[in-house]
Design a protein around this ligand. Structure first.
Ligand code: HPA
Length: 247
């Protein structure tokens, strides 16, 4: 049986309802990752809260390499992740889910590769389709079975953060073909690809991008809307686990 990992984004800090067998800090050459191992139908699921259990690690300081390497060393083959995002379209409203299919990278100061030194064995990885077709299909099946609405495609624009965007940046991201904006999926998805791990993300729209709705974009709004979507999101992730585990 393939091993599944889950990385919870903002507002998603544990797998509700799954018995945790073990919690540990896994140290590798890139740093330390805090993981918990839960049991599901006799299989081990590796869970990680991307921003730490109390949301203290801002997006640009997440140790993506330590986290992904820890997943690899634990034998994880598939990673499902969640991410809070801002919407770039008035028709894509807060509370809706988007299954990411593409990304555009605007990050600036992150180490986005494991090939970060002179190495005769380094390689350029293909990211034509950055998200796992296998996992995307399983998540869509799970959503259909549980009657949970999810947009099947979406282009994620990754910004450095931790600030939100200006109204002009949001207009530009939309013109460039983006659907949602966030601060974490890159380099996570790229590092997973470098390690040959299948990776998929369910993005939760928490707000309209800056300048699209009256008022400011607020941290509190992001958490409030995410909180309202959380039960539905957990249900979708559990259903996707079912679909993968049961084949
Ligand atoms: N911008 C960037 N990241 C985000 C947003 C946003 O509006 N909402 C949630 N994460």
């Amino acid at each position: 049986m393939a091993k599944i990992g889950i990385i919870g984004g903002s507002g998603f800090y544990k797998l509700e309802g799954l018995p945790v067998i073990q919690e540990e800090a896994v140290t590798n050459e890139y740093g330390t990752a805090r993981i918990s191992i839960a049991e599901y139908k006799g299989d081990e699921i590796v869970f990680m809260a991307r921003h730490g259990a109390s949301h203290s690690i801002p997006p640009h300081l997440v140790n993506y390499r330590a986290n992904l390497k820890a997943m690899k060393d634990l034998g994880v083959d598939y990673i499902m992740t969640t991410a809070a995002v801002g919407s770039l379209h008035m028709l894509l409203a807060p509370g809706e889910f988007v299954l990411l299919s593409q990304f555009i990278d605007f990050t600036r100061q992150r180490v986005g590769t494991f090939f970060n030194e002179v190495d005769p064995n380094f390689k350029h990885v293909d990211v034509t389709e950055p998200f796992s077709g296998f996992l995307r299909e399983k998540i869509l099946t799970a959503a259909k079975e549980r009657d949970i609405h999810i947009h099947p495609y979406g282009t994620y624009v990754c910004l450095e953060g931790p600030r939100f965007e200006t109204a002009a940046e949001i207009s530009m991201m939309r013109l460039l073909g983006g659907d949602v904006v966030g601060m974490t999926v890159v380099p996570e998805v790229v590092l997973a690809r470098e390690l040959d791990i299948d990776y998929a993300t369910v993005a939760v729209v928490t707000n309209y991008g800056a300048g699209m709705a009256p008022g400011k974009v607020s941290h509190e709004e992001v958490y409030e809307v995410f909180g309202q979507a959380k039960v539905r999101l957990q249900k979708l992730i559990m259903a996707a686990l079912d679909v993968i585990v049961d084949g």
